[in-house]
Design a protein around this ligand. Sequence first.
Ligand SMILES: [Zn+2]
Length: 265
Amino acid sequence: MVACFSVIGTSAASARVIYVKILVDEEERTRRDVWQIRLKQRLDRASEIINEYCDIQFALSEFGVWQSDNRETQINRSLREFEQEVEVAPAQIAIGFTSQYRFRKGINGLGGTRGPLHTHILIREASPNTQEPERLEALVHELGHFLGAAHSGNPKSVMRPIIANGLTRYNGSPIAFDRRNAKILQLVGTEVSALGLQKFHQLSDLTRRRLLVEYKGLAAELPQDPAAKQYIRYLHRRARQPTSTSQLRLPVAPQGRQRSTSAPR
Ligand SMILES: [Zn+2]
C-alpha cells in the first residue's frame, strides 16, 4: 500500500528534468517533516553533482510511504516488492528509502536497481554505520546507474564497488565520477536530454559504440564485478527490459566501530 501526501513542484533552467517520487517505508524513524526535508535536500545535492557531468537534473515530484514486507530479508526481494507496490507515474523514477533491516556483520546490500533508465531504486536508509556523506554517495551512485554508469576500479570514484572507506566523511573528498563513467553520463545524458531517450535499447548506434568502449574498459578494471558486463548485455538488447539487479553493498565491521563503507553494486 502506498500513501502519497505531498506534492512539490520544482523546475530547472535548461536541463532535462527527471521527476522523482521519494518514498520511505513504515519503519522510518523520524517525523514526516524531518525525513521529507532530509531526503529532499539529499536529492537536490545529488542532482547538482550529476548535473556537473550532463544536462540532467532530478527534481522532486511527490513524497510517499509504502508498507514494506517485514518478512523480507534481502534487498533484491525487497526491490521486487517495492516495484510491485509503488506506481511511478506521474514521476519517472520512484526512489524508496527503507529502514526495514538491521545491518549485520559482513557485506550488506545498501541499495539496488535493475539497470539503466529503470523506474525503481531502493536504498537502505537506517544504519548505525552510515552517515549523510555515505547516504548521499549511495544516492548519487544509484542515479549514476540510472544514467548508465557502471562500477569502476578507481578508488575515488562514486561508482567504486565498495564505498565504505570514509572517503567523503573523513577526507572531505568531493563526490565525483571516474573518467570512464563521466564519459558515460555525458553520452547517455545527452540522448536523454536532447532526444528524450526513455529506454536504453533506444540509444543511437554511435552512442552505443562509444559506450561499449567505456564498458569494456570498466570490465577490465574490475574483472570480478558483473556490473559493466551486465551493461554491455543491455546494449545488445534491442527491445527487452533489463532483468538483472545492480546492487550497492555496505560492509559492516564486527564491532560496528569501523569506518562506514558503502559498496556500490
Ligand atoms: Zn552499483
